[in-house]
Design a protein around this ligand. Structure first.
Ligand code: ADP
Ligand code: NI
Length: 216
C-alpha cells in the first residue's frame, strides 16, 4: 500500500470522527500534533515515519476522558480503522502501542512500552499542551468541565493519584503546576526539548501577569 494513501485516508477519517469534539481535542489539535511530529521526526535518524504520522493522527481518536474513562476505546478504534484499510499488522501493533502509552495521567503511569516513535509523538502532543496554545486548551477544558478558573483556597496538589487527576475537577490555574510546567523536563527528544523551552517561558510570564492582576 502506498504511504501517501493510508495517511490521506487517515486524515479524512480523523477529520470526520472528530467533527463534534471539544475544542481542545478536535481535528485542529490533532493537526498541530501531526505537524509537530513531522518537525521532530525530521531531526531523528532511523525511525518509521509512517508509524509516527499515523500515531499522531490517531492518538486522540477516542479519548478516555470523553468515554467514561474507558482507556481501551482509543487503541481499539485505531486498530479497527487501520485493519479495515489492510495496513501492515506489525505496524498496526506499533501505532496502537504508541496510543496506549502516550498519555500523561498525572505523571503516575509507568510506561510499559518504549520506542523512538512513541518518544516523538508524545513530545508532539506535549508541545500542544504548553505555551499559548496550552493555556487556551487548559481553560477551554476547564470550562468544558465546569471547573473554576482560579481559587486561592485550593492550592495545587502535586500528589494526586491517577484517579484524582483523571477526575480533573481542580481549578484550571492549578493544572499549570500539576502538569503543564512539568512537561518541559519530560520531553524525550532534542527538538522537542528545544521547542518546549520557549513555550515554557511564556507560561511563566503568563502566570506572573495573572498573579500581578489577582494581587493588584
Ligand atoms: P492527559 O493529561 O491525560 O495527557 P490530555 O493530554 O489529553 O490528557 O489533555 C488534554 C488537554 O486538556 C491538555 O491541554 C491538558 O492540559 C488539558 N487538561 C487536562 N486536564 C485538565 C484539567 N484538569 N484542567 C485544565 N486542563 C486540563
Ligand atoms: Ni492529544
Amino acid at each position: 500500500m502506498e504511504t501517501s494513501s493510508i495517511i490521506d485516508k487517515t486524515i479524512n477519517y480523523v477529520q470526520q470522527t472528530l467533527k463534534n469534539s471539544e475544542g481542545g481535542h478536535d481535528w485542529w489539535h490533532t493537526h498541530r500534533v501531526y505537524l509537530n511530529a513531522q518537525k521532530i521526526a525530521s531531526g531523528e535518524p532511523e525511525i518509521d515515519t509512517e508509524v509516527v504520522l499515523l500515531a499522531a493522527l490517531l492518538h486522540d481518536i477516542a479519548d478516555s476522558k470523553f468515554n467514561n474513562g474507558n482507556e481501551q476505546i482509543g487503541p481499539d478504534t485505531a486498530r479497527l480503522f487501520l485493519s479495515s484499510e489492510g495496513f501492515d499488522s506489525i505496524k498496526i501493533n506499533h501505532v496502537v502501542s504508541i496510543i496506549e502509552n502516550i498519555s500523561f495521567k498525572g505523571g503516575k503511569s509507568e510506561r510499559t512500552f518504549h520506542s523512538k516513535e512513541l518518544d516523538i509523538v508524545q513530545d508532539a502532543d506535549r508541545l500542544d499542551a504548553i505555551g499559548a496554545i496550552g493555556i487556551a486548551r487548559a481553560f477551554n477544558y476547564g470550562g468544558f468541565k465546569g471547573n473554576e478558573i482560579y481559587n486561592p483556597e485550593i492550592p495545587p496538589n502535586l500528589e494526586m493519584t491517577k484517579e484524582e487527576y483523571k477526575k480533573g475537577k481542580q481549578p484550571s490555574v492549578n493544572h499549570f503546576y500539576e502538569k503543564l510546567l512539568l512537561l518541559k523536563d519530560l520531553m524525550n527528544t532534542k527538538t522537542g526539548r528545544e521547542m518546549a523551552q520557549q513555550r515554557h517561558e511564556f507560561m511563566l510570564e503568563y502566570l506572573d501577569q495573572f498573579y500581578r492582576e489577582v494581587n493588584e
